[in-house]
Design a protein around this ligand. Sequence first.
Ligand SMILES: [Zn+2]
Length: 267
Amino acid sequence: MRTVLFLCFLILFGLNLQSCSSVKTPDDSEINAMALKSYEEVKSKAKISNNADWTAMVNRVASRIAKASGENFQWEWMLIDSPEVNAWCMPGGKIAVYTGIMPVLQTEGALAAVLGHEVAHATKRHGKKQYARAMKGNIAGVVIGTATVIGGQIFCKSESCRMITGLGGAAAGFAVAFFDRKFSRGDETEADKVGQDFMAKAGYDPAEAVKVWERMGAANQGKAPPEFMSTHPSDETRRKNLSTWLPEAEAVYSQAPQKYGVGESIK
Ligand SMILES: [Zn+2]
């Protein structure tokens, strides 16, 4: 596959063609393998947080959301010690939370809302769609070709992407597609809806999902948008949607075997 992609890159770069029809959409196992490679790379470079309270909180929230999703992924998560206000879940269930997002969230329930949203992107295979879109737009194709030569670093716009050095081939293309390409508005809306249900099923008060965006907005005033918000458009429509879906999510919450409400506060 890599040879085909590299040839595509040469053709695209040389002839400035707009598409390369021989690039097929990768299946789950291929995309998960690329994600795993990127995840291991981030993990090897990241400073893992030694905040015991926050680590325990991430452990219990992530495991509850993973269970609520009903997805049989090889789940893994880490709390990265970084001021970046960010969290993500790669295809295949590889999760990272950055310590910078914790004080902004204020409650365990808000963390459940963020992880619900990120896990929903993974269960709905949005990363695969995003990667396929990037390939069609030539961006990942160019990166994949170039990455084998110079490491793909010049294409990274985000800190998370830049952490991934030395990756070759498709995994580098995946990293750029995952970290630097925004999900479509439709995918964001779907992740909001599904994520709110996941958190409710996991036993967290789904009203916290609405509050997450208010807290993010408040923390953001007068500053450049944090990573999480720059890749997740926050607007009135989104808050309105989450409020509109609330009765449905509350019905799910009422069925949860255990209820934690908003959980512990984050200090
Ligand atoms: Zn999102």
